[in-house]
Design a protein around this ligand. Structure first.
Ligand code: MN
Length: 716
């Protein structure tokens, strides 16, 4: 284990301005906090953070990162708080340690590795500071290096996770060495026999000639020079894991692989690439089917190079890649494009290249702090990743809500969603989801998508589903209503009501189907009388309809403006003068609603909303129906609107509800609990408001409240 002064010396060797005092304090703090805790190896626990800090010095990271590395498990595994870390070591260290603690919690939530891709994105999205990710990788690397102390089942699980999640992450941010080491350890663990035999084979080849790679490089360099080509030749032995992957992909034996050693010839231009290829092929035997020209036919990610396999210098099978400097640059730096290609994703290159470049600057920087300070990871900051109760990860656009989440799970879940628990607590459906939230959608078969949702959902899937539903639902209601209005009207007039009759008049109403006519009548675009007169052109109006029409015709002004000194002003257009009027208690119409009047026996005209179910009763008495509308003065009156509300079942929630309504100038006229469970209750609240807009404002205010899970205007 690194001693305290050794670690400090290491940091000072590349960063002379490092905060020595803070490094010393962090070392001692970690030691004290982890105290007598032991690792599976029997070593004191604090040896782990110390080794992680040691790995971080290899990346030449700033003192903030080294200190955060020393403290990375203190909040997770000891009684240390983030506040304590902040007080002792400052904001930056505290933020990074906090990020690492959150990552640790997220790791525990993930139930399976099936969604490795989403999980990697989540880790990237949560690592707002690149140092969080670098420390996480160093942490994993040290855990892998000490893996042999763990129980066999645990070793296999951790190794698979490393191959699925962490090695690709390391590759994604351009840390090739870390990636290779993680892969090698995991490979040795998961496929011990294959690993051992490949290593033995490589050792055997190396023993035959330990200078094989340099010798081949030298020979290839000479071949190029002799033909007057300026070239840079490099070469390397491939890692056991990548050899094994190739063997699997090609279903080949070790001996059949020609690319245990790979060499690169880099030249100035494309023409020279083909010249160099000619030289290689004329001098060495080609291995059949190994030649690929990605210069004339680039890979989908833009990768360009010539690949060929030959029995090369020293009579060894090798792979040779020939390319220009420019192609090489793109091939090496375009980590993202490269990676995305392998993952079958569309290219998302910009951000990764940025990180790769950042790391390169870091390697050369004398003062890494400058470069790391305030550098934020900007990958996937347009996405959030949330867990289902089973631990599956769902990726959504930023600002998504539980409704978006529900639709992402399944349309049927979205359509029937009534509420959501976020991290175990009932939260409003409009709550904006955060990375790592666990979301449980509460559903009810009686629930339908609401137009209100359209205001806050962000995913196209949710938007489309809501609109589709609302459109279909409204139309369905209008069709039912329209059909009933017509049937009752015809019956009331003792006329035959037949679909055939309606088919004949489809063009009159610019309708394609009978349902179109029903919908128009239901919505009030066309009146029942319009249709009746179209079907029976010569039919004479009934007496009452004549009366209504004759009253309505003269002038709206007369009807709207009250006569001086006479009772309440007429708020509604289309009424019969002198007839009393009242608002129906079933649907509580508000100025702004579409309304109809029903001429009652003895109580004058009752005003209902067009979608009120109570209208069914009067369906067979069309002569009672009045076409009415709101007048301008209606705004000055108070009306009763009814809300259906779902509240968290907690103390104080009802008080909060009544406060919110009062603060928005509403007045509760009545309140009725209709359903109650352990976690929430459902209530109907009658609120006195000026008009529909006033009620909508109150609904919006209630929706913004934390204790109210659901609020909508009640249908009944
Ligand atoms: Mn750790």
């Amino acid at each position: 284990m690194l001693r305290q002064y050794e670690l400090v010396d290491l940091v000072k060797s590349y960063d002379p301005d490092a905060d020595e005092d803070a490094l010393n304090r962090a070392y001692v703090f970690a030691m004290k906090k982890h105290g007598a805790q032991l690792r599976t190896s029997g070593d004191p626990y604090y040896s782990h953070p110390v080794e992680v800090a040691g790995i971080l010095t290899k990346f030449k990271l700033d003192s903030v990162s080294i200190i955060a590395g020393l403290l990375h498990d203190t909040v997770e595994d000891t009684d240390t708080t983030v506040e304590e870390v902040r007080e002792l070591f400052g904001d930056q260290v505290a933020q990074i340690v906090d990020g690492l603690t959150k990552l640790a919690k997220i790791e525990q939530k993930s139930a399976n590795n099936k969604q490795a891709e989403n999980f990697r994105k989540l880790l990237l999205a949560m690592s707002e500071d690149i140092r969080v990710l670098l420390i996480k990788l160093a942490d994993r690397l040290h855990n892998m290096r000490t893996l042999h102390f763990c129980a066999p089942e645990k070793r296999a699980r951790i190794s698979r996770e490393t191959l699925d999640i962490y090695a690709p992450l390391a590759e994604r941010i351009g840390m090739q060495e870390v990636k290779s080491e993680l892969e090698e350890i995991a490979f040795a663990e998961l496929h011990k026999e294959a690993h051992d035999s490949i290593v033995a084979r490589l050792n055997f080849l190396r023993e035959k000639d330990s200078n094989l790679v340099p010798k081949i490089i030298e020979q290839l360099q000479k071949d190029m020079e002799e033909n007057g080509i300026k070239a840079v030749v490099s070469g390397r032995e491939k890692t056991p894991y990548s050899i094994w992957r190739k063997m699997q992909q090609k279903n080949a034996s070790f001996e059949q692989l020609s690319d245990i050693m790979a060499f690169r010839i880099i030249v100035d231009d494309v023409a020279t690439c083909y010249q160099a290829l000619g030289i290689v092929h004329s001098k060495y035997h080609m291995v059949p089917r190994r030649f690929k020209d990605y210069i004339s036919t680039p890979k989908p990610n833009g990768y360009q190079s010539i690949h060929t396999g030959v029995i090369g210098p020293e009579n060894t099978r090798i792979e040779i890649q020939i390319r220009t400097h420019e192609m090489h640059e793109i091939g090496e730096k375009g980590v993202a494009a490269h990676w995305a290609y392998k993952q079958g994703q569309k290219a998302e290159g910009k951000n990764f290249r940025w990180i790769r470049e950042l790391l390169e600057i870091l390697e050369q920087a004398s003062n890494p702090e400058e470069f790391l300070e305030n550098t934020k990871l900007e990958m996937y900051n347009d996405q959030v990743f949330c867990f289902t109760p089973k631990g599956d990860l769902i990726g959504l656009p930023v600002n998504s809500t539980p409704v978006d989440f529900a639709y992402a799970v399944h349309s049927s879940v979205g359509d029937t969603c009534v509420g959501a628990k976020i991290n175990g607590e009932i939260r409003p459906l409009r709550t904006v989801l955060q990375n790592g939230d666990q979301v449980e959608i509460l559903t009810s078969k009686a629930q339908h998508p609401s137009t209100e949702w359209e205001r806050f959902v962000v995913t196209g899937k949710a938007k489309a589903a809501i609109r589709r539903y609302v459109r279909a639902y409204k139309r369905e209601q209008f069709i039912t209503l329209g059909q009933e209005i017509l049937e009752r009207l015809f019956k009331g007039e003792s006329l035959e009501f037949s679909e055939k009759g309606l088919v004949n008049v489809l063009p009159n109403f610019e309708a394609e189907t009978i349902d179109d006519i029903y919908a128009k009548v239901g919505e009030g675009i066309v009146t029942g009388w319009d249709v009746l007169k179209a079907v029976y052109p010569g039919y004479k109006q009934s007496k009452l309809e004549k009366v209504v029409k004759s009253v309505k015709l003269p002038s709206f002004k007369k009807l709207v403006k009250p006569k001086k000194g006479k009772g309440e002003p007429l708020k509604i257009k289309g009424l019969i003068p002198g007839m009393a009027v009242h608002f129906a208690g079933c649907c509580h119409p508000l100025p702004g609603d579409r309304i109809v009047g029903i001429v009652t026996t003895g109580k004058g005209v009752a005003v209902h909303t067009i979608d009120c179910k109570a209208l069914e009763k009067y369906a067979d008495e069309p002569e009672r129906w009045l076409d009415i509308a709101w007048g301008e003065e209606a705004e000055n009156e108070m009306h009763t609107g009814r809300l259906k509300i779902m509240l968290a079942n907690e103390p104080g929630t009802l008080a909060e509800l009544s406060n919110l309504i009062a603060r928005n100038n509403g007045n509760i006229a009545n309140l009725n609990i209709i359903n109650r469970t352990i976690s929430y209750f459902e209530i109907l609240v009658d609120v006195e408001v000026k008009d529909l807009k006033h009620l909508t404002d109150i609904i919006a205010a209630l929706k913004a409240s934390k204790v109210i899970s659901y609020v909508a205007r009640a249908a009944q």
